[in-house]
Design a protein around this ligand. Structure first.
Ligand code: NAD
Length: 482
């Protein structure tokens, strides 16, 4: 008998304890070989004064087991509490959020019968890096970080997931027609890595039309890989249009640890009433079993669960007069699944997991690329100045360029307002002065000399950005209208 796999379990808040109990009933009956270590997270921990909602001792368990089955938690109202999900994701380096979204027509009403899409969302970077600043009275910014290693990890994970799960196509969604450098890098990495998976169809969608098609015609998609913010939005769209957000499970995968949970919250109004649907957490547990190399048990549970839906044994939230035969409570639903272990659905498509994959899907660390030849070819100097014109700023800032730099343009909110600005352009108190090196490149010392001259003007400079080229290719965007 193979050894039991230690996993860390949190029963959470609200409906968490009941749906976790129901999930464990099914896991045990299916013969899942797991050894749970229970930790406390969420409301009680927050209210003890631990602002992260998780105590230090719990991290020890997570580091030891590397597998976390988590019920939803309640985030207390009011300030000062950090999102536990974001903390766990970032601390454990859970770079991939995987959310299968399938419809179960005719047993769950949906406009999209046959939908079966998996969203693979990048989980650590993008605007979620959380780097925000207020720069002037009127202007705040949030820095969007996309990295090559981060993009490589998530894109490779999506292709490996597709390969392991017999999926035929991976669609990448970005907005690289606008964000040519950040989203452009993600798209380029997708094209580069895609070559290594010749058997899988590949395509790229601009996120706006891609999201619209996902909401309208989801059947054209199979696996979708996308940066963090777009993934956050489209994974909720995809779950919603299957007919019930209450049925979704998700996996947060890292290179060493992984977390599995339902996509819904702790639903306080129905807590303790034995009416919550345990399906989201149960399907997350199915993903966990595949991850820890127990695909037979995962398949048995998933097919028994499909058969339960098909037999019309439903919890209150998915009750539908036309197809439901019996409304059951949380624990009775679990018993109905247990009673069907070993059976397969006949109307819904049964699942067939790859029984040869006995280990978690792993991807190699990204290969360190050779360093490129980097040159500083200019600098953007940002100023805070209220109620003034671009011409008045140019008057002061042109001479500042000196022998080494030439002031090429001034932009406001990214739009060129000098030279030859348009009178219609609305200007805030946030100005960017773009200097280019007269001789093609400059040194750090020349930049400090330039900034010394900016200081002498008495203007309020708020930040600078070096303009660099890498192997001769400019690593910065042009101003709109430049
Ligand atoms: P929610 O998902 O808890 O509830 C939304 C609606 O869906 C409610 O009407 C609820 O009754 C219903 N619902 C949710 N899960 C259900 C289930 N399994 N069976 C039957 N009905 C179900 O979202 P919310 O009300 O916005 O949030 C409640 C709490 O959950 C908040 O404190 C929030 O911060 C937290 N939350 C936690 C997580 C997490 O831990 N991953 C995720 C989302 C929200």
């Amino acid at each position: 008998m193979p050894a039991r796999v230690p996993i860390t379990v949190a029963y959470g808040d609200g409906i968490g304890p009941e749906i976790m109990t129901a999930t464990f009933r099914v896991l045990e009956a299916a013969g899942a070989r797991i050894e749970p270590e229970v930790i406390e997270i969420g409301e009680k921990v927050y209210l003890k004064g631990v602002s992260a909602g998780i105590e230090d001792s719990s991290w020890d368990s997570l580091r030891r087991t590397k597998v976390f089955l988590k019920a939803p938690i309640t985030t207390p109202q009011g300030g000062g509490f950090k999102s536990l999900n974001v903390t766990v994701r970032k601390t454990l380096g859970l770079f991939a959020n995987v959310r299968p979204c399938a419809s179960y027509s005719p047993f769950i009403a949906t406009r999209h019968p046959g939908m079966d899409v998996v969203i693979v969302r990048e989980n650590e970077e993008d605007l979620y890096a959380g780097i925000e600043h207020q720069q002037t009275d009127d202007v705040v910014q949030c820095i969007k970080i996309i990295t090559r290693p981060g993009s490589e990890k998530i894109v490779r994970y999506a292709f490996e997931y597709a390969r392991q799960n017999g999926r035929k196509k991976v669609s990448c969604m970005t907005k690289d027609n606008i964000m040519k450098l950040t989203d452009g890098l993600f798209h380029r990495v997708f094209d580069e890595i895609g070559v290594e998976y010749p058997e899988i169809e590949k395509e790229h969608w601009i996120i706006d039309i891609g999201a619209a098609r996902l909401a309208d015609t989801p059947n054209i998609f199979d696996v979708i890989v996308t940066p963090n913010l777009y993934g956050d939005i489209i994974s909720d769209i995809a779950a919603q249009i299957t007919g019930s957000v209450g049925l979704g499970g998700s996996a947060n995968i890292g290179t060493s640890c992984s977390m599995f949970e339902a996509i819904h919250g702790s639903a306080p109004p129905i807590a303790g009433k034995n009416v919550a649907n345990p399906s989201g957490l149960l399907l997350a547990a199915v993903m966990m079993l595949i991850h820890i190399g127990q695909p037979e048990e995962a398949e048995a549970i998933h097919n028994a669960w499909l058969k339960t839906l098909e037999d019309g044994v439903h919890t209150q939230d998915i009750y539908n007069q036309a197809v439901s035969k019996e409304v059951v409570g949380t624990q009775e639903f679990a018993e109905a699944v247990v009673a069907r272990l070993g059976k397969r659905p006949t109307t819904l498509k049964p699942v067939d997991y790859d029984k040869t994959s006995k280990a978690a899907l792993t991807i190699p660390d990204p290969v360190l690329q050779p360093a490129k030849k980097k040159e500083i070819v200019g600098i953007d100097v940002f100023l805070h100045r209220r109620q003034c014109s671009a011409d008045s700023i140019a008057e002061v800032m042109v001479p500042v360029g000196g022998d080494a730099f030439e002031l090429k343009m001034i932009t406001n909110r990214g739009v060129k307002v000098w030279p030859d600005g348009m009178p219609e352009t609305y200007c805030t108190d946030h100005w960017r002065c773009r200097y280019m090196a007269r001789a093609g490149s400059v040194t750090h010392a020349q930049i400090l000399e330039l900034m010394g001259r900016v200081l002498d003007t008495g203007l309020d400079f708020i930040k600078t950005e070096h303009l660099c080229s890498f192997d001769g290719t400019p690593g910065f965007s042009l101003g709109q209208g430049q």
